[in-house]
Design a protein around this ligand. Structure first.
Ligand code: PLP
Length: 281
């Protein structure tokens, strides 16, 4: 297996991370996950645009141009001969004597790996169960940072209750999943939390909003409550690795079940079509 280390593709067992890398000590870093379909990364430019935005929000300097980072990512995918799978790219603020105070001029370290993975057809077809719980994360969820303890704790809780994903709410307002965005459909209208500091503006979420607009599905980026969630006609979650997965049940802070509805199926189909279009890089 080959990994990306700086601007080099090297064997995984030859890579080493400094004990005082700020990503390792402080979680001082950012990342992206891109899905590879039939050897081709989907929405790579959008992912790396968000990568650059996350870096800017944290005052981290990209060590190379986005073009170079994209080139290196393609090399990493090719070196690992990935047909279907994911590529993970992260950037930390690099190594320096441990100190909370960061230096804006630090030279950042980009690393990455790629892994084979089949699309989760089962979840897409049959839907997933979810666990509704308080959102305990920080107030900059718009940054795709390495700090994911709120997310991982929510996911653990969901799994402990036999659920695939956690849905999070802040005092009764639904935000998003632990690693996905959340949508509900009520009386033919699609609702999702606006892209504020309280959620990650998912690339899949953005595709879904574009599709809804193109296909005249009534859509509004408006926050909704856990009661609205319970009363929804259809519920689904979205992410790079899941695309669109229907939600068939909610348990935890509130409890409900849902059918897999026609709008969810329609959006799933349209998103697949977008993914299967020949990509222009
Ligand atoms: N929200 C959170 C917290 C996530 O971690 C993710 C993806 O991992 C998403 C939303 C979905 O984002 P994307 O569609 O870009 O994968």
């Amino acid at each position: 297996q080959y990994v990306l280390y700086g601007d080099q593709i090297i064997k995984r067992d030859q890579a080493s991370i400094d004990m005082e890398d700020r990503g390792y000590n402080f979680g001082d870093g950012i990342y992206e996950v891109v899905y590879i379909y039939g050897g081709k990364p989907f929405s790579m430019e959008e992912h790396f645009k968000r990568f650059a935005e996350s870096a800017a929000k944290l005052e981290m300097k990209l060590p190379y141009t986005l073009e170079t980072i994209i080139d290196l990512t393609v090399k990493l995918i090719d070196a690992n001969k990935i047909h279907n799978g994911i590529v993970y790219i992260q950037m930390t603020r690099g190594a320096s004597p441990r100190n909370h105070l960061f230096d804006r001029e630090s030279s950042c370290l980009i690393t990455g790996f790629a892994r084979k993975m089949d699309p989760p057809v089962q979840a897409q077809e049959n839907g997933v169960k979810t666990y509704l719980t308080e959102d305990i994360r920080w107030l900059r969820c718009d940054i795709k940072s390495l700090n994911l303890l709120g997310n991982t704790m929510a996911k653990r809780k969901a799994a402990d209750h036999g659920c695939h994903e956690a849905l999070q709410h802040r005092e009764g307002t639904c935000t998003e999943g632990s690693s996905s965005n959340l949508f509900i459909i009520k009386n033919g209208t699609l609702y999702t939390h606006p892209a504020t500091n309280l959620i990650l503006n998912g690339i899949t979420r953005q595709h879904i909003l574009t599709i809804a607009n193109e296909e005249n599905v009534d859509v509004t980026e408006q926050a909704f409550t856990t009661d609205d969630l319970l009363e929804a006609d259809e519920v689904f979650i979205s992410s790079t690795t899941m695309e669109i997965a229907p939600v068939i049940a909610v348990t935890g802070d509130k409890k409900g079940t849902y059918p897999i509805g026609p709008i969810t199926r329609f959006l799933q189909k349209k998103l697949k079509e977008k993914i299967n279009q020949p990509t222009v890089l």
